[in-house]
Every structure is written in structure tokens, then in C-alpha cells.
Write a protein that binds this ligand. Structure first.
Ligand code: FRU
Length: 487
């Protein structure tokens, strides 16, 4: 057994000892991906290989805290039902001894390649004392991965105004005769940027250029970049660290969003427009996308935020993924929509039509801790109206539309345990209607507003008994339609 296999077995034994306890936690997600035990962060290697979707993730299999990173693994035939697969990568070699950091996957010659960052600490200060290289691992069955003999395939950051050590999270794709890869980086004086490389064989990599770099309030480091083409445009998705709050925006510790532009593959330069968030809630980071056999661009993100209090750690795990969201480019903006495959999980449909609400109302059967809700509200004369989710004795997570401000507010300050706070997003009503598509799971809520024009995501930690949904309004509104399914 090689060193990596040995480390994977030790990790599996550690996870196995804890999994029963975790499965009993009332905060363990019912239909979102979360680790069988211990720690999860970024989605990695999101891909489709031999008829199945694969999603790997940053995993620390020995505690519910971040630590030396392994790659955990799930696979799925339909994006709705997932199966746990064995841990795929362990930090086993000199070049990745302190962690197999984030990366991506691509199929080549019938094999599945993972490209990831090997992390080494060179001293006690994790912000400064690090060395990062890029490495490959390959599999013929999508389950067991061998690290490449040629590793590290990129052993140092390029020359120029490029920080020599903060150099990570390769996302690889193919175009024409080349494989391309984009990497997260910063300048020597800490301005976020991304680097473009190309290769004919995934082994020999040539640095092309700094594809994009922040100007103004754009963070000190861009993590987890992802570049793809959509309707003749190039989209760069990235996770800037350290943007300052502006108006309603950027109140999370770090951000995750995108720019739309055009990548010149010869010069390696991406000309692009303004940055926009991919989610306006609290817990959304390091999204990664893949294109599926039907040509859809699907995104999954880590449904947490760095340095945020995670009460689930007391239960032996930490971290979850968002549901898979399909990205669509409309009028220069990305919309996110839940993938329709999730409909396969629906049970116990309850439906109401044309219900008038004034004050506060609950509807029999519209409740639950692992449910999907679709609600269309005619705002009529109301100036403030909304929903309370996971409501119960002294707990609620409020979604409030404020007409005067043309904004929707997600308020988790009374949600239960865990961090509180408020996030606000601008939302225009069309024909005076507000359309909400809501996914509630045991410790999360994701709200897709007006067809995915805005999305707001939050981890919340209510009591199990707090499972009501209440509708409220300051003047009469009409619930044109309310649908609920258990998931
Ligand atoms: C983003 C990130 C990546 C890194 C990984 C380490 O959340 O910091 O840049 O590769 O997490 O776990």
C-alpha cells in the first residue's frame, strides 16, 4: 500500500468512528451535501465522468476544524441523490505534506485528472510562511487516484508582480488544442489577481499572463477562480478576500462573485465589466462550476463563511454545500436557478391558491425542516410583507420585502443558535409580484428571488421544533400560489 493509501485508510477509520453521532444531529442537512463527519470547505473537482457527476471537497477527517486538507468525495447519477465515495486525496508527499488544497477535475484520454494545490508550511505564520505548488492525480475508475510522477507540475509562481507563495486553486478546462488553467493569486503588495496558464498535455505548463487584476475595492487575494464561456462571453468567477463593505454589499468576511468579459486566449488578458455577487446572503464561498453533458453550466458553493461561528461543530461536523444551481446569462447578468433534478426528491405536495394575508398567518401543512417552498405574492397596497421561516417559540428567520427601498432583507438575528445579522439585496417587483423559491434544510435556507435574479443563502441553527412558516404583511396581500414539498 502506498503512503497516500495508508493515510486515506487512517482518515476513513477516523470518520467512521464519528459518523453515527453526526447522523443523529438535528442540524445535519437532509438533502444538502455535508461531510459524514468532521470538516468540509470548498467544492473541488466538480465534473462528469463515466456517466456520473463527481464532487470532491476540502476535508479535514480528524476534527470539525480546518486542518491538513484531504479531498472527500461524493458522486451522483442525477445531481439529486448522492453517494459517498472513499476519500480521494491525502497529503502524503513532500510537495503537499501540509494539505491537498483546492482544485478541479478534467477528463483526458478516458482518465479523470485532478489538478490541485500542494501546500507546505515553511514557518508558524500561515499568512506568510507557505509554499504552494500545483499537482496532478489521475484515476481510471473515478474512485482511486494516483499522484503523478511528474509532480509538482507547476513548482513555483511566475516572475513579475506576482506573490511567490499565495498561488493556488487551479481550475482547468480545454479549448482548441490546449488545456488552460486559471490560478488564484495576489500581487507582491496584496492586490487580488488571477493567472492564466496553458498546456498541451496537463504536465508541461506555460504561463500566459495575469488575466485579470483588481482595481480599487477588490480585495487582497482572489481565491478559487473559474473561467468559462457562455453565449460568446467569458465569465470569471472568483472569491475575493478582503473587500470593504459598500452600501448593501460585501458584509461577509470574504465575497464570491463574477465579472463578464472577453478573454483573448493569445495575450491571456481578460477585459471585463463590473463585479457582481453570486449570492447576497451570509454563507456562500468558493463556488465551482462544471458543464454537464446537456451543456448546462452548474455551480456548487461552500455554504459557510470563514471565521463564522458554526454551532454544528459541537455535533462533530462542519460545513455543507449549496444545492446545485444552473447559471444562465441574461442581459449581462448571471441568474442562478435550482437544477430541476431536485424535483425528483419532492414528496407530500401541499398547495394553496389565492389566499389573502393581513397581519400574520400560517397555512396548515406549509411547514417543515427539510422542505421546498414556492410562493408568489401580489404585493397590492402593502409596503412591507414577507415570510418567517423555521419559526417557533421565540425563533424565526425573516424574509422581509420593503417596497420603499425596493429591497429584500434576510434577517437571522432570531434564528436560533449561531451568528445573527441581516443581509439586504435590491429586488424590483415585476407587476407588483414577488416570487420566492425557497429551500430549507435542517440548518440552512436558500432563497431564489424572482427567477434567480438574486439568491440569498444562510446557515441557521434553530431548534428542531421551530418548523413553522408564517406569512405577514402590513396591509392585505394575496398569496397567488403557495406550494410546499418535503424533500
Ligand atoms: C478557499 C481556500 C482556498 C484553499 C482552500 C484551503 O476557501 O482558502 O484558497 O485552496 O480554501 O482549504
Amino acid at each position: 500500500m502506498n503512503h497516500q493509501q495508508q493515510k486515506i485508510e487512517e482518515a476513513a477509520a477516523s470518520v467512521n468512528e464519528k459518523r453515527d453521532q453526526v447522523s443523529r444531529s438535528p442540524w445535519k442537512p437532509a438533502y444538502h451535501l455535508s461531510p459524514p463527519a468532521y470538516w468540509m470547505n470548498d467544492p473541488n473537482g466538480f465534473s462528469y465522468y463515466k456517466g456520473e457527476y463527481h464532487l470532491f471537497y476540502q476535508h479535514h477527517p480528524f476534527s470539525p476544524e480546518w486542518g491538513p486538507m484531504y479531498w472527500g468525495h461524493f458522486k451522483s447519477k442525477d445531481l439529486a441523490h448522492w453517494e459517498e465515495a472513499p476519500i480521494a486525496l491525502a497529503p502524503s508527499e513532500e510537495y503537499d505534506k501540509d494539505g491537498c488544497f483546492s482544485g478541479s477535475a478534467i477528463e483526458k484520454d478516458g482518465k479523470l485528472y485532478l489538478m490541485y494545490t500542494g501546500n507546505q508550511w515553511t514557518g508558524p505564520d500561515h499568512d506568510k510562511d507557505l509554499y504552494q505548488v500545483q499537482a496532478l492525480a489521475v484515476s481510471e475508475d473515478g474512485i482511486t487516484f494516483e499522484k503523478a510522477a511528474e509532480n509538482p507540475v507547476i513548482d513555483s509562481a511566475p516572475e513579475g508582480d506576482i506573490h511567490p507563495y499565495h498561488f493556488r486553486d487551479p481550475k482547468v478546462w480545454k479549448k482548441g488544442d490546449y488545456y488552460y488553467c486559471v490560478l488564484g493569486s495576489r500581487t507582491k503588495d496584496h492586490v487580488g489577481q488571477v493567472l492564466l496558464y496553458r498546456s498541451k498535455d496537463l504536465i508541461e505548463w506555460e504561463f500566459v499572463n495575469v488575466a485579470a487584476k483588481g482595481e480599487g475595492n477588490f480585495g487582497f487575494m482572489w481565491e478559487c477562480p473559474d473561467i468559462f464561456e457562455m453565449d460568446g462571453h467569458t465569465i470569471l468567477v472568483m472569491s475575493p478576500q478582503g473587500m470593504e463593505p459598500e452600501g448593501n454589499l460585501y458584509y461577509n468576511l470574504h465575497q464570491a462573485g463574477y465579472v463578464v468579459g472577453n478573454l483573448d486566449y493569445e495575450t491571456g488578458i481578460l477585459k471585463h465589466g463590473e463585479f457582481d455577487l453570486l449570492d447576497h446572503g451570509f454563507d456562500f464561498y468558493a463556488p465551482q462550476t462544471m458543464v454537464d453533458p446537456a451543456g448546462r453550466r452548474i455551480m456548487i458553493a461552500w455554504m459557510n463563511m470563514w471565521e463564522s461561528h458554526m454551532p454544528e461543530q459541537e455535533e462533530g461536523f462542519a460545513g455543507a454545500m449549496t444545492i446545485p444551481r444552473e447559471l444562465i446569462l441574461e442581459d449581462g447578468k448571471l441568474k442562478s436557478k435550482p437544477v430541476p433534478e431536485l424535483e425528483k426528491r419532492r414528496k407530500n405536495h401541499k398547495k394553496y391558491e389565492n389566499v389573502r394575508v393581513e397581519g400574520e398567518t400560517a397555512l396548515t401543512g406549509i411547514e417543515g425542516n427539510a422542505v421546498e417552498l414556492m410562493v408568489t405574492i401580489d404585493a397590492e397596497e402593502a409596503s412591507q410583507f414577507g415570510l418567517k421561516l423555521r419559526a417557533g417559540h421565540k425563533q424565526e428567520t425573516e424574509l422581509l420585502y420593503i417596497k420603499e427601498e425596493r429591497s429584500i432583507v434576510l434577517d437571522r438575528s432570531m434564528a436560533g443558535e449561531g451568528p445573527g445579522g441581516v443581509r439586504k439585496a435590491e429586488v424590483e417587483l415585476a407587476d407588483n409580484l414577488l416570487n420566492l423559491h425557497i429551500f430549507i434544510d435542517n440548518s440552512s435556507v436558500e432563497v431564489f428571488i424572482n427567477g434567480g435574479e438574486k439568491v440569498m443563502t444562510a446557515r441557521i441553527y434553530p431548534d428542531q421544533e421551530s418548523s413553522q412558516v408564517r406569512f405577514f404583511s402590513d396591509k392585505p396581500v394575496e398569496l397567488l400560489q403557495v406550494d410546499k414539498w418535503d424533500l
